[in-house]
Design a binder for this molecule. Structure first.
Ligand SMILES: [Zn+2]
Length: 497
């Protein structure tokens, strides 16, 4: 079936006399299959398909789903629904591919219940059907993945890095501390043996171990991703083959005329008896210098290097805006979504927010807003320059909500200058390509995983419409609004305990 429809070319048009013949054959074979009842089939009819390839929306379409895959896509009139199929009348609704959050920490909110009772249901309820876990214990992540893949539990498909590779002392756990190139190589070998999908680098790595990770990863045929370490220039990281850079680490510094000078200043210890206020003042001076020394020429050269080296960016605006560079205006501590955050986690978030805001003055907040504005500007310029960008959130950091924060990230990407289609691609086709799975997921075409989100309004008119979710299809399983609301209610009950 798939083959014939693919020949017809719903999005890639086949304009030849063959088309009529192919169409007849297609209808003939399709009707053969119609005669067989297909109780697990789903037909979404009268829907506007936005397949995220960049093709214009296709109104009055039908999407057939069989056995966890998309079986056919076409104009309403061209396909008949198989006997026994569940029919969804989606008149006035919009269908997009399932979304990917490329920076998450599934096991970062208390195990074993944090991932299972809090994070996974929130992801599914918000249309997130693929995640890349950027730091956690391999064993726990493998268990979660097995539970999902075997159908025991609803959840997105998981790709993961396992523990961080970091310097001494490491910034976060779980980490493998690597202080020498030999230690770096053996850590990469160990993780490759554990079949992680990527190696994650962290901020405190020294230069030599970092470059050893780059070499050894290449040898093992595994990509390394993560933070650009504080002691490495972002251009060097790109040249060394780092596949994705998270949180724009090192990017603004890499656009500064004073890059080397500002980098070394970071390692000069402050006066031993400095008050918190004095430390903040020092950091303000540094940040101002960073903003003032921005060089458009250097930025352009850097972006060209990202394109040439295939260095992807995952800005993770939710953590940048709502935590890293938070102000009283972007603090989400009283956001209604807090009802979904477990009590113990809420206490950790409160502490995190307090630490982030304590001793800050309006001058700090204004400066933070300027940095965020510059970050948005950089991402817009990178997109224009052809740098590949993916959506990501970095939950469950304080103020970053599993699932719903991904929709915030899409809105930030549009604020940065991406079109709504480009923002959508940052969470669909781009992750599929980065993961080497563009034939399997990321769009709405026959043969792809049936991971879909049905929306009440057009996301190309307003990207915020991705939040108006009517239903989610997760590997061919339909979850309508009632099912999604029931999941959310269970999370809220769990959170209130
Ligand atoms: Zn992270």
């Amino acid at each position: 079936m798939r083959f014939f429809w693919a020949l017809l070319g719903y999005t890639t048009s086949v304009r030849s006399p063959l088309r009529g013949l192919v169409l007849s054959l297609f209808v003939f074979f399709f009707c053969l299959s119609c005669s067989k009842p297909h109780p697990t089939a789903i037909a979404i009819i009268h829907v506007t398909v936005i397949d995220a390839t960049g093709a214009p929306p296709q109104p009055h379409s039908i999407v057939l789903i069989e056995d966890s895959k998309i079986a056919a896509v076409g104009p309403d009139s061209s396909l008949r629904t198989p006997n026994g199929a569940q029919v969804i009348d989606a008149t006035g609704k919009f269908l997009i591919p399932g979304l990917a959050d490329m920076h998450v920490h599934l096991t970062g909110a208390g195990e074993p219940s944090g991932s299972r009772e809090f994070i996974l249901p929130l992801l599914v309820a918000n249309g997130v059907t693929t995640v890349r876990d950027m730091g956690g214990k391999s064993e726990l992540l493998k268990q979660l993945r097995d539970e999902i893949d075997s159908g025991k539990r609803l959840g997105p498909q998981i790709f993961f890095t396992g523990p961080y590779l970091d310097g001494d002392p490491p910034g976060y756990q779980p980490a493998i501390v690597v202080k020498t190139p030999a230690e770096a190589r053996s850590a990469v070998d160990q993780l490759a043996g554990e079949h992680v999908d990527f190696i994650k680098t962290q901020s405190r790595l020294e230069r030599d171990p970092y470059f050893a990770i780059a070499e050894e990863s290449q040898k093992k045929g595994i990509r390394f991703v993560g933070h650009v370490p504080d002691r490495v220039a972002v251009l060097e990281a790109s040249q060394a083959g780092q596949a994705s850079i998270e949180h724009l680490t090192g990017v603004l510094l890499g656009c500064s005329r004073k890059e080397d000078e500002l980098r070394s200043e970071q390692f000069v210890p402050g006066p031993p008896n400095a008050t918190p206020q004095q430390s903040l003042a020092r950091s303000r001076t540094w940040q101002r210098e960073l903003l003032n020394s921005y060089s458009p020429d250097k930025a352009n050269a850097l972006f060209r290097a990202f394109v040439a080296n295939g260095t992807w960016q995952v800005p993770t605006f939710p953590i940048i805006v709502h935590f890293g560079f938070m102000t009283p205006r972007t603090d989400l501590s009283s956001d209604p979504r807090m009802v979904y955050v477990p009590q113990n986690e809420r206490a950790l978030w409160r502490q995190g927010v307090k630490d982030r805001m304590e001793f800050c003055t309006e001058a700090d907040f204004v400066l933070r807003e300027k940095v965020v504005k510059r970050y948005l500007d950089l991402v817009g310029k990178m997109q224009t320059a052809g740098v590949r960008i993916m959506a990501g959130t970095d939950f469950a950091a304080a103020n970053v909500f599993p699932g719903s924060s991904l929709h915030e990230d899409l809105a930030f990407l549009v604020q940065a200058g991406l079109t709504p289609m480009q923002a959508l691609q940052a969470a669909t086709t781009n992750p599929a390509e980065f993961l080497g799975r563009q034939l399997i997921q990321g769009t709405i075409e026959p043969g792809q995983r049936a991971d879909l989100v049905l929306l009440d309004a057009n996301p190309l008119e307003d990207i915020r419409n991705t939040e108006k979710i009517r239903a989610v299809v997760l590997q061919g399983k339909l979850l309508d609004r009632n099912a999604l609301d029931a999941m959310l209610n269970r999370v809220a009950q769990f959170a209130a305990k």
